[in-house]
Ligand binder design. Sequence first.
Ligand code: C2E
Ligand code: CA
Ligand code: CA
Ligand code: CA
Length: 279
Amino acid sequence: AKEGGRNSFQFFTQEMQNRLDARMALEQGLHRALQRDEFVLHFQPQVDLRSGRIVGMEALVRWQSPELGLVPPMQFIPVAEESNLINAIGQWVLNKACATLRGWLDAGVPVVPIAVNVAASQFSDQEMDELVRSTLERHRVAPELLELELTESLSMVDPEASIALMHRLKATGIGMSIDDFGTGYSNLSYLKRFPVDKLKIDQSFTRGLTSNPEDRSIVTAVIRMAHSLGLRAIAEGVETDGQLRLLAAEGCDEIQGYYFSRPVPEQAMLAMLERGMGM
Ligand code: C2E
Ligand code: CA
Ligand code: CA
Ligand code: CA
């Protein structure tokens, strides 16, 4: 038993070392990616369920690595969050979203607001509202064209400071939504004080919508609650006709998901906007 323990200890340290090496390599890769401008944004349309029109789009970051190819965010955002790179990446995303809007506006494209994801640690920067304001000004983009997707977890460390920052952000004229709603520690007494416009129903609930009565009850309840708080409800991860029908029946305002479109590169999003594409 002793020898086994010793072997598994060595195995464990080797494995830990490998993981540390991989993480360090990834961290260095992300540093270089920022310097070499290797990040790209893809866009996924958000569709109004009543009119069938595109009313928004979410910007989703990818890393176009010369060595690794197109790396999805789940493979680098967590490391970026742990290594303080997330703020620089978040700033890049915000700037790129506004630059893209400016380019489309200049080309006469009928644009819709872009929703940008905000990591919790970006929100501990109390100057976030100044960053948003100066970025919008730099690109001469109206605040109504920008929405921030916040998660419930961002208010955990210092709720009062977070709520104050949210109000300052609101005062800039931008929109705000709560992302992945229902998966965090939803403290409803905070929700009431969040100056947000929209609740995004997490895709884990959408997935079970047609097969799982509990998921359906949760989705129905979230839509009702959103409406009674004067907020819009958007369901993400909508893939099937059945999910779409149920959401429409429950009065959900917007949908986002593969059913309508996967996240696509800038040119493909532009084509959808120019066609005025709807359902
Ligand atoms: P999220 O904010 O919940 O974004 C939605 C994710 O669901 C996206 O994955 C999207 O491609 C995927 N999705 C959309 N529709 C469907 C569908 O119908 N079915 C399924 N199965 N999936 C769908 P993606 O692009 O891989 O992004 C994953 C996560 O990475 C995001 O989850 C977000 O938390 C994070 N992320 C992406 N971009 C950024 C960013 O710029 N900043 C930060 N902080 N996080 C980001
Ligand atoms: Ca999101
Ligand atoms: Ca989400
Ligand atoms: Ca998510």
